[in-house]
Design a binder for this molecule. Structure first.
Ligand SMILES: Cc1cc2nc3c(=O)[nH]c(=O)nc-3n(C[C@H](O)[C@H](O)[C@H](O)COP(=O)(O)OP(=O)(O)OC[C@H]3O[C@@H](n4cnc5c(N)ncnc54)[C@H](O)[C@@H]3O)c2cc1C
Ligand SMILES: *[C@@H]1O[C@H](CO)[C@@H](O)[C@H](O)[C@H]1NC(C)=O
Ligand SMILES: *[C@@H]1O[C@H](CO)[C@@H](O)[C@H](O)[C@H]1NC(C)=O
Ligand SMILES: *[C@@H]1O[C@H](CO)[C@@H](O)[C@H](O)[C@H]1NC(C)=O
Ligand SMILES: *[C@@H]1O[C@H](CO)[C@@H](O)[C@H](O)[C@H]1NC(C)=O
Length: 628
């Protein structure tokens, strides 16, 4: 199967008679690029990432529609740093990472926090840690509530069909180091074209210790992290092929298997979109996008243009979708005017409502008998690679034991009361409706923090000591009460926008992160997990008092890599950017399909939701163009 994948990635197709090209084409391809530019497209998808390639794959199932994807990065199907699960992280700061940094965070000792994002076909699905989980039912209900009239089809019940449509699932086997079967088969999908999800055949023994340790503290077991309950501790599936144990990206899942036969699909790489162009004639009061300008980064940075006959779909992710909207004149005039960009649609919600899953990490040293990824220099690498070739061993495993806990699972009664009281603190940046929803969910006992075991040093230095192995225990808040923004600060499209998540802006976030980190120390020291551990590396015994823990949070708060909300699906009057059919307000034919549309954060690793959004977007777009 791999070998056909490799072949397909190198393919572009050219048929003289129709003078039509299709398939993967890079802007460095002098022969085919002129034809790509001359062809017309019904749909242009900007961003060949997690969501964008799902959209393009489904849209092009309709043979009568032509589809162009514009992606800044390139194909990475031959990159072992992408395909080997345990190599996740090794490609950070390489040329397939946008490697953003936040603005200095006022409440976090002015630190700029590193925000990796995938710059390749597959986008962040090629850079992520493969965890395969879904939001819970209450999170989807909250999204429906925020999105307002016409949004009922975003409920868990309706979205389940898209979660299934995007998934090709393999149940866990019983022989996986004592891991018992923990899936609910009825919620899973077996799509022919969709993301392979399977369980790593190898599970580190300290991960089992983490699982057991939480159980000893009376944490419930979630039978399946995809079942819409999303509470408790469980083994997580990975976005990974069940046989080869290579990572699934949106490219390997959605494009590679179909591209050879899709004469109506062009996937153009090394092409960075710089703005949408607008037709001179409006549709009623709405502006009409006519196409997209992009810079051919593999050529000489020439700016080129392609024409969209029906729609432009923005799938550039939570950071660059708002950037592109602002560069195109869609946004807050008080931000656009000073940069000399004339306002095409006055839409102050663009780039606002940024929410992340911020986290802190407690790092524990493993006793010498236990093996982690730090250990790979100790184990001859050839052994690990040899095992991997058989679909076995340490390299098949990424994140695989996760816990989504309610306040009652890790806070005392008094702390729960304090958390609830703090949640009511007003915050100018947080819409009242969102705050009320979050307080109601908190009171109803929805998960507050995700705890994860990471099989490698994941602390504050570049790496741990070379003679040690580690388990890193992360605590990530799932419903932050802080609200940030992403805005352009220049009209230059090749300069990154200013990312300001406003970490710790709201006191609830600090309280929860400090208590959650203390809980991770407790799990490491007071449960079955302790038998794997020789001592704490970070923050270490110097940190004991509440004040010291809070300082540790300020000094080490970072991202779980899940920004959302910068093109929120909310009513226009409430600073929304898209309606429930994902159309940008004030435009007739621009949609957003990526995680920036989420008005409120969800308690999950979000790649599965990005795929489901892509499926739903494609279904809505095709339904709206049945006769064009
Ligand atoms: C390090 C890391 C670890 C993560 N771990 C997990 C995990 O274990 N499980 C999980 O579920 N989620 C995880 N996530 C989150 C998840 O991968 C992302 O939330 C999700 O992939 C985002 O999908 P998207 O479609 O919104 O954006 P992306 O997948 O980022 O896609 C955006 C695409 O647009 C392209 N692009 C941007 N601007 C332009 C432009 N101007 N012109 C052309 N192309 C452009 C980008 O190159 C990219 O390909 C992780 C993320 C990261 C970064
Ligand atoms: C952060 O920067 C601001 C503005 O430069 C400064 O006033 C403040 O003292 C700094 N805070 C810390 C903790 O360094
Ligand atoms: C860049 O490429 C374009 C398109 O092929 C070509 O027309 C132009 O002359 C080139 N410019 C430079 C400066 O090389
Ligand atoms: C690595 O793993 C082996 C056991 O597989 C162990 O003997 C060794 O001490 C471990 N630690 C390091 C740091 O190499
Ligand atoms: C690693 O080296 C440090 C410093 O020399 C030492 O204190 C520590 O005990 C060593 N750890 C192991 C597991 O040998």
């Amino acid at each position: 199967m791999r070998s056909t994948l490799l072949l397909a990635s190198a393919m572009a197709f050219f048929v003289q008679a129709e003078a039509r090209v299709w398939g993967y084409i890079d802007t460095s391809n002098h022969l085919l690029l002129p034809t790509v530019l001359k062809q017309s497209y019904d749909f242009i998808v900007v961003g060949g990432g997690n969501t964008g390639l799902a959209v393009a794959s489904r849209l092009s199932e309709d043979k009568h529609k032509t589809v162009l994807v514009i992606e800044a990065g390139t194909s990475q199907v031959t990159n072992a740093g992408v395909s080997i699960p345990a190599e996740a992280g090794s490609t950070f700061l390489s040329d397939i990472d946008w490697a953003f940094y936040t603005a200095p965070q006022k409440k976090a000792n002015n630190r700029s926090v590193y925000w990796p994002r995938g710059k390749m076909l597959g986008g962040s699905s090629g850079l992520n840690f493969l965890a395969w989980t879904r939001p819970n039912e209450a999170d989807m209900t909250s999204i429906v509530n925020m999105a307002g009239t016409g949004a009922s089809s975003w409920s868990w019940k309706h979205m389940l069909s898209y979660f299934k449509k995007s998934e090709s699932y393999t149940s866990p086997t019983a022989n996986n180091q004592g891991v018992k079967r923990v899936d609910v088969p009825s919620v899973h999908g077996h799509a022919k074209v969709g993301v392979s999800a399977s369980y790593p055949p190898y599970l580190s023994s300290q991960f089992v210790g983490f699982f057991k340790g939480l159980r000893e503290l009376r944490v419930e077991v979630d039978q399946d992290l995809s079942d819409g309950q999303g509470e408790g501790v469980s083994y997580s599936a990975s976005s990974m092929d069940p046989i080869t144990r290579s990572r699934e990206t949106s490219d390997t899942a959605y494009i590679v298997p179909i591209v050879a036969g899709r004469t109506n699909l062009v996937v153009l790489t090394s092409a960075q979109a710089t703005k949408l162009t607008w037709a001179s004639k409006k549709s009623g009061s709405n502006v009409v996008a006519s196409g997209v300008n992009f810079v051919a980064t593999a050529k000489n940075h020439t700016t080129l243009h392609v024409t969209a006959k029906a729609e432009v779909i923005l799938s550039a992710g939570s950071i660059q979708t708002p950037q592109l909207l602002e560069l195109s004149g869609v946004g807050d005039p008080s931000i656009l005017n000073p940069l000399g960009i004339s306002t095409v649609v006055n839409l102050p919600g663009v780039g606002a409502n940024l929410q992340d899953h911020p986290g802190v990490v407690v790092v524990e040293k493993l006793k010498p008998a236990y093996q982690s990824l730090d250990n790979l220099s100790g184990v001859p690498l050839a052994t690990a690679v040899g095992e991997y070739a058989l679909g076995q061993g340490l390299l098949t495993q990424e994140l695989s034991v996760l816990a989504y806990l309610t306040g009652s699972s890790f806070l005392t009664k008094a702390e729960q009361a304090e958390a609830l009281a703090l949640s009511k603190t007003p915050n100018a940046a947080l819409p009242k409706k969102q705050q009320a929803q979050m307080i109601a969910n908190l009171a109803a006992g929805s998960p507050v923090v995700e705890f994860l075991s990471i099989n490698v040093y994941f602390g504050e230095s570049a790496s741990g000591a070379t003679n040690e192995s580690y388990i890193s225990l992360a605590s990530c808040i799932q419903h932050s009460f802080s609200r940030g923004s992403i805005h352009i600060s220049t009209a230059d499209p090749l300069t990154a926008p200013t990312i300001d998540p406003s970490y710790l802006q709201h006191p609830f976030d600090m309280f929860i992160l400090s208590k959650a980190a203390q809980f991770m120390r407790k799990v490491a020291q007071k449960t079955s997990l302790s038998k794997f551990i020789s001592g704490e590396a970070e923050p270490g015994t110097g940190v004991q008092s509440e004040c010291e823990w809070e300082e540790y949070v300020r000094e080490s708060i970072r991202t779980e890599y899940h920004p959302i909300g910068t093109a929120s699906m909310m009513p226009r009057a409430e600073k929304g950017v898209v309606d429930p059919r994902l159309t940008v307000y004030g435009t007739s034919n621009v949609r957003v399909a990526d995680l920036s549309i989420l008005p409120l954060h969800v308690s999950t690793h979000p790649q599965s939701l990005a795929y489901a959004i892509g499926e739903k977007a494609a279904a809505m777009i095709l339904a709206d163009h049945q006769d064009c």
